[in-house]
Ligand binder design. Structure first.
Ligand code: KG4
Ligand code: ZN
Length: 343
């Protein structure tokens, strides 16, 4: 019988120190230590994030091993995020992973963070359908760093069909939330305050961007202009209209994303659609895709469970495991990178 592989995944590309252990595709533990200190600066401070990763990694690894109820010598491979992300935090994760792999004398596997968000769908029971998407499928990868439509032909054969021309959708969420006085990261707060809001109260226009690309900077400016204009007449404008403002922003973003994905399905003839990345935790975006798929029987959608949408170690571990199965190992000489290279 084939041996069941145990892989540890280490994620440190931004401000979450995340470590997970998986056995084959099943998650044994999934530890996340969030660095809450960045809230007070309104965004991630790379230097602080690096220092905190140094402090938290050992803690997270020990917790992950203990929750998984395994012995460290049972681990077959170490996988970690090599990029894209913040260089300082990535370097901390890389040196930690290299030392662990040397100490335990087990293979080292490097992971592309963006690819890992997509491959999170291959963790057992990671999405709402509890099934793996069949290849090929389209993936809307929406996070703090990226906004992409990807054609996924196989685990490591992916093609970018569209991307943002300016801000990522996560960045737009966070910046607009900040304009509305919400703290960092604003995406989940904007989602929360939308709950009782009326999404048609404020009308924003959509940009006309060619092909399958996106643009979010115009929306940011529209919200800023509206808020500044209204505040001149009523200094409580934002406070009084917070829910409606949040709901209106969310609604237009969801429409923009769905429109482009619809275009991508028609262009490629692929109607299996997965969502991935932190922003795919957004309730309104999920609702838009669910409703559309209900009306369009050709569509099959895959929504990640929220713990596998935002940054996590399990997505790094599954990507490492899939590389191990394909015997793609890395040397100790690898160095982190900040920008997305092609897949
Ligand atoms: O994938 P992720 O955890 O980290 C990156 O790889 O960037 O995504 C983080 C982004 C942040 O911009 C955060 O505000 C956004 O995801 N986010 C959300 C929600 N949860 C996280 N945006 C909107 N609604 C949410 N519920
Ligand atoms: Zn991420």
């Amino acid at each position: 019988m084939k041996k069941k592989l145990i892989v540890i995944g280490i994620e440190s590309s931004c401000d979450d120190t995340a470590v997970s252990i998986i056995k084959n595709r099943c998650v044994l533990s999934n530890v996340i230590i969030r660095q809450r200190i960045h809230k007070q600066y309104g965004g991630v401070v790379p230097e602080i994030a690096s220092r905190l990763h140094e402090k938290y990694l050992i803690l997270a690894v020990n917790k992950a091993i203990s929750y998984a109820s395994i012995n460290k010598n049972q681990i077959d491979a170490v996988s970690f995020t090599l990029g894209p992300g913040l260089i300082g935090p990535l370097l901390v994760g890389a040196s930690f992973a290299k030392s662990l792999s040397m100490g335990l004398k087990i293979p080292l596997l490097t992971v592309n963070h963006v690819q890992a968000h997509i491959l999170a769908h291959f963790i057992q029971n990671a999405n709402m359908n509890n099934t793996y998407p069949e290849f090929p499928f389209l993936c809307l990868m929406i996070s703090g760093g990226h906004t992409l439509i990807v054609r996924v032909n196989d685990f490591f054969q992916m093609e970018i069909l569209g991307s943002t021309l300016d801000d990522s959708v996560g960045d737009a969420f966070d910046k607009i939330a900040r304009m509305l006085g919400l703290s960092y990261p604003g995406g989940p707060l904007l989602d929360h305050f939308s709950i009782n809001g009326y999404s048609k109260k404020f009308r924003f226009s959509k940009p006309s961007v060619k092909g399958l690309n996106f643009s979010f900077s115009g929306l940011k400016s529209q919200v800023l202009q509206l808020v500044n204009k209204k505040l001149q007449k009523d200094s409580f404008f934002v406070k009084k209209n917070l829910s409606d403002l949040c709901a209106s922003v969310q609604n237009i973003i969801a429409e923009m994303l769905l429109e482009k994905v619809l275009k991508a399905t028609l262009k490629t003839g692929i109607f299996r659609v997965a969502l991935a990345g932190g922003v795919s935790a957004n309730n309104e975006i999920r609702r838009h895709f669910i409703l559309f798929a209900r009306k369009n029987k050709k569509w099959e959608i895959f929504l990640p469970k929220k713990e596998y949408a935002t940054d996590n170690g399990a997505m790094i571990a599954i990507t490492g495991l899939l590389k191990y199965e394909k015997k793609i190992f890395d040397s100790m000489n690898v160095t982190p990178y900040s920008k997305l290279k092609t897949f």
